[in-house]
Design a protein around this ligand. Structure first.
Ligand code: XMP
Length: 542
């Protein structure tokens, strides 16, 4: 895997010699139960960790070949071997340290992981007669501890070409499907289990129960982990890593960077400096809210950079969407860099990268063959800034970050904010960007959000906003003919922002929004509602 120079140190500062994902170091919380997922590059490996955390057992991904001495040091209660794209019999396929099987702790192999554990115990793995993808019926043959509380028939999610064949007498079959006689197995004398399907995905019924049975009944975890312990652990790790240096955090006003700032503040207090860039493309009152929250409430060393003029002058005459993004990104880096240089002793840069922001090609992050592309929330800060990167949220999913934010004392309003793109209103003010147009858009946008909150819909919708169209239409106001702009309203429901449905806003809400905008926002005489899904549209208009 290509090394990213800023990302070559794990978040916890551990000294493993490759760019692995964070591994809890000596700074882990004493007495905290831990389950490790050895990541063989499966698309859903991180989801396994998240499902285990849902059972209130702390769980983290580690590299697949983590040496057994290190695993012993970390003292996990159990190991889960994830799925992955390789075939266990191929040369160069990733394998765990073979000594893990002698640790005596429970091991669960999922999909590729199951094939690994069975192969390691001397069984044959080969291509199945039938590749199995998607939902399939599964019959529980023997309940054992793994299937306790699970009905005899359930629907499971398969995604494999290979399967384990002719298991020796050391193994018991726990469940099978039409095409896979050994869909779940257990070793007779050792605490080793294998599941060919994916219990971590929601399409598998009772998947949470299965993983819960593994970590609680089989591994014997109490299941008393809470997000507050994650904070405790991160605080210890961050203090150890940062030492007496200073950390810079780019605040965007969004939930992710706010949570990172609050977490760092808890860990290192006055050693944290936050930079908030006003690029002139912000929503109403955004700058003031950040100043209040972080400057006045947390007393963080907050640098608000007023760069509106600089951004708008560089954007003058630019109307092509990708070009706008490029200009905004470039100027952001320049402005940020200049401010960062004015902060003495800054060694680290903290970012609110979440697990879903780590966009993968060919596998999960730090899996053997993964090429990682980071989608930086802050707006794309490059390695050349010369800081070491701190990404304390990179193992977490959005809803976990919200729980974390709550524990850190951030307000509900902050925690449930809709995402706002890095280029801000720049991609919602279609065509050329000008301050007068942005002011119109800001007013319309504020009305949309206010009306949604008033109607109790803000949290039901994942993203909603106004778009100012570069189109003028004829209207009539009083006895006067008008020729003014059109505002479009966008509101979407989505799970992952990769696909989205337009939200059917009630007529009375649309009515209230439209009336308020046309009555009070000068320069707008028409409001339209965007009824396009993604695909084929995108959420943003540019
Ligand atoms: P699209 O428009 O691609 O948006 O359907 C999906 C999600 O990504 C956000 N978005 C961006 N975020 N920089 C960002 O930080 C960008 O350039 C950008 N473009 C889109 C968008 O708001 C939505 O949540």
């Amino acid at each position: 895997m290509a090394k990213n120079p800023v990302n070559s140190t794990p978040v916890d500062g551990s000294s493993n010699d490759s760019d692995v994902m964070p591994v809890p170091e000596s700074a882990s919380v004493p007495g905290q139960e831990l389950v490790l997922v050895l990541d063989f590059g499966g698309q859903t490996a991180q989801l396994i960790a998240r499902r285990v955390r849902e059972q209130n057992v702390f769980c983290q991904l580690v590299r697949p070949d983590l040496p057994v001495e290190r695993i012993r040091q970390l003292a996990p209660r159990g190991l889960i071997l994830s799925g992955g794209p390789a075939s266990v019999y191929e040369p160069g396929a990733p394998h765990p340290d073979p000594a893990i099987f002698d640790l005596g702790i429970p091991i669960l192999g999922i999909c590729y992981g199951m094939q690994l554990v069975c192969q390691a115990q001397g069984n044959e793995v080969s291509p199945g007669t039938q590749r199995e993808f998607g939902r399939t019926g599964c019959h529980v043959v023997e309940e054992g501890e793994l299937f306790r509380g699970v009905p005899r028939e359930l629907s499971v999610w398969m995604s494999h070409g290979d399967q384990v064949k002719n298991l020796d007498a050391q193994w018991t079959t726990l469940a099978s499907t039409a095409d896979c006689p050994a869909a779940a197995v257990r070793h007779h004398t050792r605490p080793i289990y294998g599941i060919q399907f994916h219990p971590e995905v929601t399409h598998t019924q009772w998947g949470g129960q299965l993983l819960g049975n593994f970590v609680k009944t089989i591994c014997g975890c109490r299941g008393d982990w809470k997000m507050s312990q994650f904070i405790e652990q991160q605080v210890l790790q961050l203090r150890e890593r940062v030492g007496t240096s200073r950390v810079i955090c780019g605040l965007s006003g969004g939930v992710d960077s706010s949570v990172v700032a609050a977490l760092l503040y808890r860990a290192i207090g006055s050693q944290l400096s936050c930079i908030f860039v006003d690029n002139g493309l912000l929503r109403n009152n955004e700058k003031e809210a950040v100043r209040k929250r972080f400057g006045e409430h947390f007393h963080i060393d907050l640098h608000v950079v007023d760069a509106e003029e600089r951004f708008l002058s560089e954007l003058a005459g630019v109307s092509e969407p990708q070009q706008k993004r490029k200009v905004i990104g470039r100027v952001f880096i320049e402005v940020f860099r200049r401010e960062a240089e004015s902060i003495p002793d800054a060694r680290f840069l903290a970012q609110g990268t979440l697990y879903p922001d780590v966009i993968e090609s060919g596998g999960s992050p730090d899996g053997p063959a993964a090429t990682i592309k980071h989608h930086h929330n802050v707006g794309g800060l490059p390695a050349e800034l010369g800081f070491e990167l701190i990404e304390p949220l990179r193992d977490l999913f959005k809803d976990e970050v919200r729980v974390l934010g709550q524990e850190l004392g951030l307000s509900d309003e902050m925690i449930w904010r809709h995402p706002f793109p890095g280029p801000g209103l720049g991609v919602r003010c279609l065509g050329e960007i000008r301050k007068d147009k942005l002011d119109v858009l800001r007013q319309a946008d504020a009305i949309v959000l206010e009306e949604l909150r008033k109607a109790g819909l803000y949290r039901k919708i994942q993203q909603a906003f106004a778009v100012l169209l570069p189109v003028q239409t004829v209207g009539v106001m009083g006895d006067m003919r008008t020729y003014q702009n059109v505002v479009a309203i966008r509101a979407v429901e989505t799970e992952d922002f990769m696909t989205a449905d337009w939200y059917p806003l009630p007529h009375e809400v649309l009515h209230a929004i439209s009336t308020r905008i046309t009555n009070s926002v000068r320069g707008v005489n028409r409001v339209v509602y965007d009824i396009s899904s993604k695909p084929p549209s995108t959420i943003e208009w540019e």
